[in-house]
Design a binder for this molecule. Structure first.
Ligand code: ATP
Length: 447
């Protein structure tokens, strides 16, 4: 972990938020390379969900959440972790994360009884700060998917089975944020709510577990390194009928990368019921025939509240797992070593570094700039000029940040347009003709 953290800071992937003022615990900023990797992970998820499946729609809902949504979803009452205080050193911990029931800081077993600590962040809304004018920062993106269920049915032509996908920030006031970006207070989730007929839920659950394993595999987190954990009944979240966690061996231990829950009809059911009880007028209540407002008609015209399967992955945990898998230190001849991030090329923050052989050779530099302009038109991601005149140093830098292609412009390039391409992983170099260059690049970079 220490090596990853150091690399992330040195190369501009991740910084502690507000570090000029001592930072803010459990909150991080993503730098120039970090934002690229993060966006690439999110894009890859979005493509696999929304673009590859005609029956999945996208959503981008608000972070500020009406407290009634989180009251009736059960979060106000139950979205908490057990907190204990150490009576000796006054530290606070999550009881279920303590080793041997002892204080993590001073080792004492003189601890208070655990009490529930609600993880939701509350904020005031509008100019008057009082108990009535508050909202929550959402602790999961899922709830607004449920509250928009009818809006999406009514504005699209979807019928069961279908899904709604969303990527966005979530906030949890974790008692003990730790392990770099693994457990933080502000993070992003990639969540799919996949609605099916009751009775079809168990098969759909199995299918989504497999699909998600395959997706992680394509991102460079091999299936063999992910374990399935069937969460025991007593550990299930309040909404879950069954949950399979994808457990990954992070540098600090084997922990949850993604949770795939069968939420049954818990959420749509409770929001519908509470809306009816409270007689709340909303745009979703048009269906007079429906005895439940967040419902859908089957082929026979009967109304039903569907069941839902929810694959929910954290972007930061994915980022950490992907970096951990990619991070490699290789022995080279003559007792040397190189650090290389063997990222899947579609995730690499920089796709191509174009390196003129001679720093001060105007012809080479201007040729490089023309080529970069053309390569940018391929829309494959960032293409940069590396004008140091030191090929070895440029290779070392780009190995360390995971750039899959280094392209050298030399005297031959000026004659015939051909370039030398150096592959990051094999370090092999090959001379490529200008006519086949673009095709080769697209082949190497696209998933
Ligand atoms: P944990 O048991 O580790 O606290 P959880 O079971 O509460 O996680 P879920 O509610 O299932 O997590 O959230 C779905 C996903 O969101 C998790 O699999 C994880 O990838 C991510 N996630 C949850 N909490 C955090 C956090 N504090 N920091 C970073 N990612 C998180």
């Amino acid at each position: 972990m220490d090596e990853l953290v150091a690399l992330c800071k040195r190369r501009g992937f991740i910084f502690q938020s507000g570090d000029i003022y001592g930072g803010l615990q459990g909150v991080y900023d993503f730098g120039p390379l970090g934002v690229e990797l993060k966006n690439n992970i999110k894009r890859s998820w979005w493509e696999a969900m929304v673009y590859d499946n005609d029956n999945i729609e996208g959503l981008d809902s608000s972070i500020l959440t009406n407290p009634l949504v989180l009251k009736y979803s059960g979060h106000e009452e139950t979205f908490s972790d057990p907190m204990v205080d150490c009576k000796e050193c006054k530290s606070r911990f999550r009881e279920d994360q303590l080793k041997n029931g002892k204080c993590d800081r001073c080792g004492s077993d003189n601890l208070t009884e655990p009490r529930p600590f609600n993880l939701m962040f509350k904020t005031s809304v509008g100019p008057i700060e009082d108990e009535k004018n508050y909202a929550y920062l959402r602790p999961e993106t899922a709830q607004q998917i449920f509250t928009n269920f009818k809006n999406i049915i009514d504005s699209t032509s979807q019928s069961l089975p279908f899904g709604i996908a969303q990527i966005g920030k979530a906030f949890r006031n974790e008692i003990t944020p730790r392990n770099f970006i693994f457990r933080v207070r502000e993070f992003e989730q990639m969540e799919l709510e996949y609605f099916v007929k009751p009775g079809d839920d168990e098969d759909a659950h199995d299918i989504w577990v497999q699909k998600r394993l395959d997706w992680w595999d394509q991102q460079g987190v091999p299936i063999d390194n992910v374990e399935l954990y069937n969460v025991p009944r007593e550990e299930l979240a309040h909404y879950s009928k069954k949950t399979i966690d994808l457990m990954y061996k992070f540098p600090h231990g084997n922990e949850e990368l993604e949770g795939i829950a069968n939420r049954a009809d818990f959420d749509l059911g409770s929001h519908s019921k509470k809306q009816s009880e409270l007689n709340i007028k909303s745009s979703v209540s048009k269906n007079k025939d429906s005895n439940s407002k967040l419902a859908i008609q089957d082929e026979g015209g009967d109304w039903m509240v569907p069941f839902v399967i929810e694959p929910s992955a954290g972007v930061e945990r994915g980022f950490l797992a992907i970096l951990n898998e990619a991070f490699t230190i290789e022995d080279l001849p003559e007792g040397k070593q190189r650090t290389v991030l063997k990222l899947k090329p579609h995730l690499s923050p920089i796709k191509i570094a174009v390196i003129p052989l001679k720093k001060n050779n105007e012809e080479m530099v201007s040729h490089a700039n023309v080529l970069i302009k053309e390569l940018k038109e391929l829309r494959i991601g960032r293409v940069v000029l590396e004008n140091t005149g030191n090929i070895g140093k440029s290779y070392r830098k780009h190995d360390e940040i995971g750039t899959p292609i280094c392209m050298t412009i030399d005297f031959e390039t000026l004659n015939d347009g051909s370039v030398t391409i150096r592959d990051r992983d094999s370090m092999e170099q090959s001379r490529i003709d200008s006519s086949s260059l673009k095709e080769l690049i697209i082949h190497k970079i696209k998933l």
